[in-house]
Ligand binder design. Structure first.
Ligand SMILES: NC(=O)c1ccc[n+]([C@@H]2O[C@H](COP(=O)([O-])OP(=O)(O)OC[C@H]3O[C@@H](n4cnc5c(N)ncnc54)[C@H](OP(=O)(O)O)[C@@H]3O)[C@@H](O)[C@H]2O)c1
Length: 162
């Protein structure tokens, strides 16, 4: 099963200059809790922006470039058609970004974990529109107010039956 996990601004912005724009410690903690023990799939830019290998997760990095990384938990894959060979079909696998990879893999995803930020941000990377024809909201949790000047919800969508 393929799931997407992402934090999205009201105007669909997800990043700028290959970085996250906001600082939401509670969301990072939730990301860690949800993805630990699973395979995480990402593009080269997101992998580089992480700056490290996330503990206890197998990393599948999509890239046509030679990436210098000999960590046993990182595999570089140059073709999305080969993705099935590297993910675990018996459990949930998480697409963790960025914009290019979300767009590429959203049609194959079954579930979306969206942190919906109730504020517009200036950025250069965007999440695709979540069509209500294709996705149904199955849960929504209002996150407690933190030190930020905006509110956010943890929302889960599942693909509608065809
Ligand atoms: N808000 C969030 O939750 C969140 C989460 C993650 C990332 N982000 C943000 O997203 C931004 C990065 O997104 P991005 O679109 O620039 O980069 P990206 O999606 O992380 O990576 C793009 C790279 O993936 C590789 N790629 C793309 N299509 C491929 C294919 N069909 N086969 C093999 N490799 C392929 C290419 O690497 P090569 O050039 O090496 O071939 C491409 O340059 C950053 O600002 C980051 O902070 C936000």
């Amino acid at each position: 099963m393929l799931s997407i996990i992402v934090a999205v601004a009201k105007n669909y912005v997800i990043g700028k200059d290959n970085k996250l724009i906001w600082n939401i410690p509670a969301d990072l903690k939730r990301f860690k809790k949800i993805t630990t023990g699973h395979t995480v799939i990402m593009g080269r830019n997101t992998f580089l922006s992480l700056g490290r290998v996330l503990p206890n997760r197998k990393h599948v990095v999509l890239s046509l470039t030679d990436i210098d990384c000999d960590d046993e938990n990182v595999v570089i894959v140059d073709d999305i058609e080969k993705l099935d060979e590297y993910i675990n079909k018996d459990e949930e696998n998480f697409v963790i970004g960025g914009a290019m990879i979300y767009k590429l893999l959203m049609p194959k995803a079954d579930r979306l974990y969206i942190t919906e930020i109730d504020k517009d941000f200036d950025g250069d990377s965007y999440f695709p529109e979540i069509s209500k024809d294709e996705w149904k909201e199955v849960s929504r949790e209002h996150a407690p107010q933190d030190e930020n000047d905006f509110r956010y919800d943890y929302v889960i969508y599942e693909r509608k039956e065809k």
